[in-house]
Design a binder for this molecule. Structure first.
Ligand SMILES: *Cc1c(COP(=O)(O)O)cnc(C)c1O
Length: 434
């Protein structure tokens, strides 16, 4: 498979290795596969009996072809999914896709683990150190750091906004040391993302070091996010007669999950409609409603991983539909919810069925309920409630036990270097590394 940049109308294509090792295209665009291959009918006939590893392998193989040796790809997929992604029935025709059973208890584990293993494979034949830049508003830093911890030849730099992460989210990368560096930015998540992207595109840095992205802008984290939609539909088919009518609700920040869902649909995934659920940061919902992209400054909410003003994967979504906003809006409905609505949903689900959901998940749940009608519906449960124990305790009064492996992290000393929110500051810091 070859990849083109969403900023390049001539669609000049580059190799898998180049797309993965550069993260962003040199023109600032995002890499996309030049075509979306269709999965064979036999796959759909058999998927209900397949494990998540088998589903992922077929999807990856169809997309990547012979670019990766079959045996290597199987190892990468098996090694990515050391945990399950259960589809849990919560009520009539309503299901939670629990994406939070990985090592850092959030959806980011899937993309980050696959990306880390692919980069490790590609790096095997290079004699240069790879620097991976990650901008995180919450869960991604920990997931990428764990994916790469102690991998020889790779150094990870995690940028995060000061004061916006929970202590536990910060501890998941800032206590590790070794080849993982924490960079605390006195600004917002969007500042972190802007700094990372400027560094990726900087000709001097590109000339001196091998720098790539650990964020969902890297096309190798888009592919693994597609796996779980196929897996979800395979499980829904076993439970619901009209699974092809399903509505799937996605809590949206940088739109990596939504871009993957729409890509999966382009490969033949049978889902009737998607819901893009925003918190008060509603750039995406407003774009879907009006066709106008008008980012407003981000505001702090309970669902901080979605406090994104400028969603980085929007160009991918536009590219999938040839820039036709109306075509996007036919497939996806946007909506946004206030913190008060999110709190009410957390409380309501806890009181009525005893199911604890954290704020990101509750946002997706609200989106589903708004658009589901009588169709079978899935909402993405993107983080384990224990990652947001204080917020959930404040809303419901419930105490959530944190897994030991995580609570012990909070006792460890953490270290971060503080950076001003300017691209030049990050550049100087990276140059000093070389
Ligand atoms: C990253 C994240 C999201 C948003 O996903 P995007 O792909 O950035 O839109 C939602 N919930 C949680 C818990 C996350 O960590």
């Amino acid at each position: 498979m070859r990849f083109y940049s969403t900023n390049d109308p001539s669609r000049r294509a580059v190799s898998l290795q180049e797309a993965t090792l550069s993260g962003l295209a040199p023109d600032g665009g995002l890499y996309m596969p030049v075509q979306m291959p269709r999965l064979p009918q036999a796959f759909y006939n058999n998927m209900a009996e397949m494990t998540i590893q088998e589903v992922a392998y077929v999807v990856a193989r169809t997309m990547l072809g012979d670019d990766v040796e079959a045996a290597d790809l199987r190892d990468i997929v098996d090694d990515t999914f050391t945990f399950d992604i259960p589809l849990v029935r919560l009520g009539k025709r309503t299901y939670a896709l629990e994406l939070f059973h990985g090592p850092t208890l959030a959806v980011k584990d899937v993309g980050a683990r696959f990306l880390a293993r692919m980069l490790r494979l590609l790096a095997r034949n290079l004699d240069r150190e790879i620097h991976v830049l990650v901008a995180t508003g919450g869960d991604l830093g920990g997931a990428v750091a764990h994916g790469f911890l102690n991998v020889p030849g790779v150094k990870v730099h995690v940028l995060y906004p000061a004061g916006r992460l929970t202590d536990m989210q910060r501890s998941q990368f800032a206590t590790l040391g070794a080849n993982v560096e924490a960079l605390e930015v006195r600004g917002t998540f969007d500042d972190c993302q802007r700094m990372a992207n400027a560094a990726l595109l900087d000709p001097e840095l590109r000339g001196k070091m091998l720098l790539t992205s650990g964020n969902s802008v890297n096309v190798m984290s888009l592919l693994p996010q597609m796996f779980y939609y196929f897996h979800a539909v395979s499980r829904l088919r076993a439970a619901e007669p009209n699974a092809a009518d399903a509505v799937v609700a996605i809590p949206c920040g940088n739109l990596g999950d939504l871009a993957a869902a729409l890509s999966a649909q382009a490969m033949g995934l049978q889902v009737r409609h998607f819901v893009a659920a925003n918190n008060a940061n509603d750039t995406t919902a407003r774009y879907l409603a009006t066709g106008v992209y008008a980012p407003a400054p981000s505001v702090d909410t309970l669902a901080a991983a979605m406090d994104v003003a400028e969603p980085s994967n929007l160009p991918r979504i536009r590219a999938l539909f040839g820039g036709d906003h109306r075509a996007v809006a036919q497939r996806v409905t946007g909506c946004s919810f206030t913190d008060a609505e999110i709190e009410a949903a957390v409380l309501d689900n806890y009181c009525s069925i005893g199911y604890l959901m954290e704020p990101h998940t509750a946002t997706a749940y609200l989106g589903l309920k708004k658009c589901q009608g009588l169709a079978p519906g899935i909402f993405l449960a993107t983080a384990h409630p224990s990652k947001f124990a204080p917020a959930i305790k404040a809303i419901t009064g419930a105490d959530i036990a944190m897994p030991d492996a995580l609570s012990s992290l909070l006792d460890k000393p953490w270290h971060a270097r503080r950076l001003a929110p300017r691209p030049q500051v990050l550049k100087r810091h990276l140059l000093a590394e070389e």
